[in-house]
Design a protein around this ligand. Structure first.
Ligand SMILES: [Zn+2]
Length: 211
């Protein structure tokens, strides 16, 4: 069932949390129309630090943990202090219709596999138009695996050997911090056919399958 209130109440939580930040910019990137309701895709920018980080959530509408994690991070009163070194951009909900219907996709294709493809949904083009010309030091794409109760990461990008070691070292520190919070880390040898190195799956960046 389409319940746009789910999308709007999530975004309202960002508006409520904005008072904790000295500067909090919200851009409406575009609208996705469904059953005569306009659901916005927004970007939120906070912090003026040197390191530019992009956090993207909610491309798979049924993976509720991802948008929830992002908004809890923003609601946390300690986050503004943490931000002094960072410029953070958040795309809190890239698939507002799927989220409001509690389904993975909004149409025939998986939007997460169709950035840069000829076949795409409006959501893809809204996000792509916003991203054009921008660069970030790191991007985190948040997802939920409904079949797993443990945490794991995909590490992907254009790696050169010199940087990869540092990236993995940072990942290990991050996984330890997650574990200290009481979240189990996935230690299966392989997951979905990819070698799992103690919770980190390293995959080289590749273009979208565009199927
Ligand atoms: Zn997902």
């Amino acid at each position: 069932m389409f319940n746009p209130g789910r999308c709007f109440s999530l975004l309202k939580r960002y508006a409520n949390a904005s008072k904790n930040y000295r500067a909090f910019h919200t851009n409406v990137l575009g609208m996705v129309v469904h059953e005569n309701t306009k659901c916005p895709i927004v970007a939120i920018k906070i912090g003026n630090g040197r390191k530019k980080v992009l956090v993207a959530a909610g491309i798979h509408g049924n993976e509720k943990a991802a948008p929830e994690a992002a908004v809890r991070f923003i609601e946390d009163e300690k986050t503004p202090v943490f931000l002094k070194d960072f410029s953070l951009t958040i795309l809190p909900l890239m698939n507002p219709v799927g989220f409001s219907k509690d389904i993975r996709k909004n149409g025939p294709i998986d939007m997460n596999r169709h950035f840069g493809c000829k076949k795409f949904h409006k959501e893809n083009s809204i996000v792509e138009n916003y991203m054009n010309g921008k660069s970030f030091d790191m991007m985190m794409s948040l997802h939920e695996d409904v079949d797993m109760e443990s945490f794991y990461m995909y590490e992907t990008g254009s790696f050169d050997a010199g940087r990869l070691g540092k990236i993995i070292a940072d990942d290990v520190l991050f996984l330890r911090a997650v574990e200290r919070k009481g979240v189990p880390i996935n230690h299966d040898k392989t997951m979905y056919g990819i070698l799992n190195r103690g919770g980190i799956k390293i995959v080289s960046s590749r273009s979208a399958s565009c199927a």
